[in-house]
Design a protein around this ligand. Structure first.
Ligand code: ADP
Ligand code: MG
Length: 370
């Protein structure tokens, strides 16, 4: 289609390197941005109309009136950008309409956060076009509000912050309690390494209910231990804390969160010391914790981890919410074709649909292109 806009912006999908399910426990996460982005061509308009089109969605243009935006309407992809406009207006920023066309290379529903890419590219474009002057972390917070309240998805702050704040060649350390952040060097190519993303292309249907159960279990653990959040349980005090927990369902959840926060700190220490290979075993440990303690893996994700390690990968783990989606695999660049072949062969032997495998290059966060 031909489209004349006032500008073009993009925002990336992301992978979480380590720090899984820690975000709703006030803990640490460490995402990095993918080279896959959602591009938005945006023109400002002043008649109160928000006109949205996406090359990736059937059904043509959707026209909404900014004055009438409210949570709880019929669900659809336009909820994400409409939610951003709603959140900006709720925060008293005068957005009077826009024409927005999206086109994305971020796989949707693969745990790579196409939803945050869509929100953040919208927020950044409107921030620039309406000269709002909002800092990126503020945009991320507004986008999270859009996703939580307008879309109705109970996500943490990680995805939006990653899309808004990541930088090339780095992973982003984020403390989800005080929102402080630090760019951690993560230039894989310079070390002869590659990080593969393996999208299993499965999503087991019970995942939403299980997420709620894990969240409730973590809250119960924090309450039983008398802390505000599990982030407040020190790693050195883990055994003592576990001994105080009567509920056998809650104990392994607490162990995962406390050890996972510790793994984030270990990964940072390795990366800052330039010991990139040393993070491999920490990633694999994280997978075992998610599989055995948090119990959110699935046969397909376990198969990626087992088959890649068997072929010589340095480390591997599921990433994202669990019960499907993607896994990440750290490997020597020279070994990457062998590892990929091994994973594909394992899926074929198990009569599973072939996963999608690609190399994740730590890339830039959201930006204006023209
Ligand atoms: P994830 O964020 O892991 O990819 P979600 O279920 O959170 O999965 O978000 C995916 C949804 O975001 C899609 O179903 C769609 O509604 C919306 N979405 C993402 N990318 C686009 C796009 N390029 N165009 C339109 N809608 C999109
Ligand atoms: Mg999402």
């Amino acid at each position: 289609m031909s489209f004349t806009g006032e500008g073009v912006w993009e925002a990336p999908g992301r992978v979480n390197l380590i720090g899984e399910h820690t975000d709703y426990n006030d803990g640490f996460v460490m995402p990095f941005a993918l080279p896959h982005t959602t591009v938005a061509t945006v023109a400002r308009r002043d008649d109160g109309v928000l006109r949205l089109t996406s090359a990736d969605m059937p059904g043509g243009a959707v026209e909404l009136h900014v004055d009438e935006l409210a949570p709880g309407g019929p669900a659809g992809w336009t909820d994400y950008p409409a939610g951003v406009v709603w959140a900006l207006r709720e925060a008293r920023h005068a957005i009077s309409g826009a024409d927005i066309h999206y086109e994305s290379t971020v796989p949707t529903g693969a745990g790579l956060s196409s939803s945050a890419a869509l929100e953040v590219v919208t927020a950044l474009a409107l921030n620039d076009l309406y000269e709002l002057g909002l800092e990126r972390w503020r945009l991320a917070r507004l986008c999270r509000r859009a996703e939580n309240v307008y879309v109705g998805a109970p996500t943490g702050i990680m995805d939006q912050t990653a899309a808004a704040c990541c930088t090339e060649g780095h992973a982003l350390y984020l403390d989800t309690r005080d929102l402080s952040q630090r760019q951690i060097p993560f230039d894989l190519a310079a070390h002869g390494l590659e990080l593969l993303v393996v999208d299993t292309r499965v999503k087991h249907s019970h995942s939403d209910g299980e997420y709620g159960k894990r969240r409730a279990g973590c809250e119960a653990g924090a309450a039983a231990l008398g802390v505000e959040a599990l982030r407040d349980v020190p790693y050195e005090g883990l055994d003592h804390a576990l001994a105080r927990l009567a509920d056998p369902e809650v104990r392994p959840l607490v162990r995962h969160i406390v050890t996972e926060n510790h793994r984030v700190e270990r990964v940072i220490a390795h990366l800052e010391a330039g010991e990139v290979r040393a993070i491999g075993p920490v990633l694999t440990e994280g997978h075992a914790s998610l599989r055995d303690d948090f119990r959110i893996s699935c046969p397909e994700l376990d198969l990626v981890v087992e088959s890649s390690l068997a072929a010589g990968a340095l480390g591997a783990r599921m990433t994202g919410g669990g019960f499907g989606g993607s896994a990440i695999v750290l490997t020597e660049t020279s070994q990457a074709p062998t590892v990929t072949k091994s994973v594909l062969a394992a899926f074929e032997t198990s009569s599973l649909q072939p996963p999608r495998v690609f190399t994740a290059i730590p890339s830039a966060g959201a930006r204006r292109l023209s």
